[in-house]
Design a protein around this ligand. Structure first.
Ligand code: DON
Length: 552
């Protein structure tokens, strides 16, 4: 090949998505997360010689104070770690359904779904965050636990100036906070940007956790929480708290174009989805049509549609029902899926599987991606589920409780908060973990760390992580541009491609001509990523967020 066609090809591959923002570059360590003070806390831990796990623990506690809509101790999540020696692990601290939970607990006498899985005392699963961080720290941390929790204690006790983004989200949720006295006192008072938010109850709770993480599950925090649940018709008991365990699972492994991918296994639906969609794309040559072109969007959206149909049927807590991971990622199955895509025509979702549709609501989860000097990496996503979770602040304890019960199929076949249709595999059962879309992921190239990625966004997390990876690997975007580039999403039901602003009207028209319904809607997913290249750690906080990449 002469040089000219090769150059022309490279130009086509990146056309349409070239933005112009540089990532943050550093040599020794990088923290990328949703809120700047928490990013600083993480970098301070790394500078003091802490490893990526230490930094992740400190960032997670700090976010529980500075980013209360999603940062939490009253929720749960996943921590994926890739160590410099090649080993990896996945800490699952997803919430669990309380022991009194039952299949139809959110269905009323008329057979209608109530909002109790979303709002109020009955919406919460048993929180896992403190146990998850404790497990990760005990096994892999190097600093003392107290050192890592202390910055959060201080931030809660001394307060911090409320930034614009937090003030906006507090205002938006104000009506929900007014329903519960403890929530009204903590977050429901009118405040201005720049006012100092002091959280005295939370600082005391965190102080007890700093002394001993057991406090959350068997100590004073546990007793107060269980009592408040009892007084207010909630479901979580002292026994539920005592019995909560975080578990270490083997990460899901796969490959794309020779890069090794380490990602989230069930009860996340993210890793299986990511690997299935990448597997369908590999070898298809879809990328030749160019980034952001209608042909590319069409092909990628068709891979999404097919995975979300599988998701609705097969995915759930593997401790309760076998999830056919091998089948869903089998090369023959991937090939069949690939061959079922018509490059010129949208497949009707009804011809794949039956389901229903509802609107997507405002949501919150959060994430940090971290790399330390030794090359250890952490991708941690954790959540209260919806913004500010159930909106209930545990009285006297100062922290918000999750509404993660809505991630179950509260009524198999009915869509949840994210419009996701889910089935029997994700029906409510006592002790079960609700299916998640959180997709913390780490890529290695030639045996070396290459990319750390993840983020919030409900059912759109999987497709956002997926597109960010495609933007880097297939379209040669720098990590900041890869994160910022406009994204689209298809989840099988509703049968529509949701597209962010930033795609040209011509492209949308071409997609419609192929038979797609297109809806232009604001972003809900945010990605926080690091790419390691030429000895540089390159960090990118999503331009859609108020977050920060900070390195040294
Ligand atoms: O685990 C899940 O899939 C959801 N609870 C995540 C919620 C979420 O990302 C909301 N964020 N924007």
């Amino acid at each position: 090949m002469t040089r000219l066609p090769a150059l022309a090809l490279a130009l086509t591959l990146v056309s349409g998505l070239v933005l112009a923002r540089q990532p943050v570059r550093a040599r020794n360590g990088m923290v990328v997360t949703e809120e700047p003070i928490a990013a600083d806390v993480g970098v301070a831990v790394l500078k003091a010689g802490g490893n990526a796990i230490d930094a992740a623990v400190a960032v997670a506690f700090a976010l529980a104070v500075t980013h209360p809509s999603a940062g939490n101790i009253g929720g749960g999540g996943f921590l994926l770690a890739q160590f410099a020696d090649g080993k990896s692990t996945f800490v699952d601290f997803r919430e669990r359904a309380p022991s009194s939970a039952s299949r139809n607990m959110y269905v009323d006498a008329q057979g209608k779904l109530t909002r109790d899985s979303i709002d109020g005392w009955r919406a919460s699963g048993v929180p896992g965050t403190v146990r998850g961080l404790e497990l990760a720290h005990k096994k892999y941390g190097s600093k003392t636990w107290r050192e890592l929790v202390n910055p959060a204690v201080r931030l809660a006790r001394e307060g911090f100036a409320i930034p614009y983004g937090l003030n906006e989200s507090l205002k938006q949720s104000s009506a929900r906070f007014q329903r519960y006295p403890s929530s009204r006192d903590t977050f429901g008072k009118p405040r201005e940007v720049g006012d100092v938010l002091i959280q005295p109850d939370l600082s005391k709770t965190l102080e007890r956790i700093a002394n001993n993480p057991e406090d959350f599950y068997t100590g004073e925090t546990a007793r107060l929480l269980a009592q408040a649940m009892k007084d207010n018709g909630g479901n979580i008991t002292l026994e539920d708290l005592k019995g909560y365990k975080a578990v270490e699972r083997t990460p899901l492994m796969g490959a794309y174009k020779g890069l090794e991918i380490t990602t989230a296994p069930p009860p996340s639906s993210g890793g299986v989805g990511l690997l299935q969609m990448l597997g369908v794309l590999e070898g298809s040559g879809y990328e030749k049509a160019g980034a952001g072109s209608a042909a590319t969007i069409h092909f990628v959206a068709e891979t999404m549609r097919r995975y979300y149909a599988d998701r609705s049927e097969f995915m759930g807590d593997p401790d309760f029902r076998e999830v056919p991971v091998r089948k869903l990622l089998h090369p023959v199955y991937l090939r069949n899926l690939r061959n079922s895509i018509d490059p010129n025509r949208a497949t009707n979702s009804d011809s794949i599987r039956p389901g229903q549709h509802s609107a997507v609501e405002g949501t919150e989860t959060t994430h940090c991606s971290i790399v330390d000097k030794q090359g250890n990496a952490v991708s941690l996503t954790y959540t209260l589920n919806g913004g500010f979770g159930s909106a209930v602040v545990a009285p006297g304890l100062g922290f918000l409780l999750n509404n993660e019960m809505d991630d179950f199929a509260a009524q198999p076949g009915s869509p949840n908060m994210f419009g996701l249709v889910q089935g029997e595999a994700n029906a409510i059962q006592p002790g079960k973990r609700p299916l998640s879309s959180m997709t913390p992921t780490i890529l290695r190239k030639d045996g070396k760390l290459f990319m750390v990625v993840g983020g919030p966004g409900g059912g759109r997390i999987i497709t956002s992580v997926f597109q960010t990876i495609l933007n880097v690997i297939d379209f040669n975007l720098n990590v900041q541009d890869a994160v910022d580039a406009p994204r689209f999403h298809h989840q099988w039901k509703p049968d529509v491609i949701t597209m962010e602003r930033g795609f040209s009207p011509d492209t949308i028209r071409l997609l419609e001509q192929r038979g797609h319904k297109v809806e232009v809607a604001p972003a809900v997913a945010r990605v926080f990523a690091i790419v390691v290249d030429g000895g540089w750690l390159q960090g990118a906080a999503d331009g859609r967020s108020y977050g920060k990449a900070e390195g040294f």
